[in-house]
Design a protein. Structure first.
Length: 163
């Protein structure tokens, strides 16, 4: 079982990196921590049975507890921005960037979430000069291209407002 867990941990980690999957990377860390716990338990059993050290099991419980705590802390730290829906990009930064394009008069009610470099979801209201639908659509596409060039994969929802 130890060998299988070791194989699974490295397999998940390699695919997690290749796919940029925080879920696979977190599970790989969890499986690897299982490997360390198993090794520690085996060491404790050997210490009690072969070396006649009855207190070794209690001593080895401390690093096991620290390992479990550290593993949980890493998973939480990596995923808290997604779980708490924290802003991925400050609204002021997005507003300034969008207003740099001609034809856009104002941009407000901006929200963003996700992880820069992986995927960011952006919503905003955009005030444009009174244009026909086709021209307004070209403006929204220009905003989407600009945001993708700057931040990587993004999904943008724009609510257009006339002046």
């Amino acid at each position: 079982m130890l060998g299988i867990n070791l194989f699974v941990a490295f397999y998940e980690r390699s695919w997690g990196k290749a796919l940029a999957s925080s879920l696979l990377l977190a599970d790989a860390r969890h499986t690897l921590s299982d490997v360390w716990v198993t090794l520690t338990v085996l060491l404790g059993l050997a210490g009690i049975h072969y070396w006649r050290i009855p207190w070794l099991d209690q001593v080895l419980a401390v690093p096991v507890g620290l390992l479990v705590f550290w593993s949980a802390w890493e998973v939480l730290q990596e995923n808290i921005p997604v779980l708490t829906d924290r802003a991925a990009i400050p609204p002021k930064t997005l507003r300034e960037l969008v207003l740099s394009l001609p034809g856009i008069l104002d941009c407000h009610d901006i929200t963003s979430r996700g992880i820069p470099g992986r995927m960011i979801f952006i919503e905003m209201h955009m005030v444009v000069e009174p244009l026909d639908v086709e021209s307004a659509h070209r403006l929204t596409e220009a905003v989407e291209r600009l945001l993708q060039e700057r931040y990587g994969p993004v999904r943008v929802t724009i609510h257009l407002e006339p002046l």
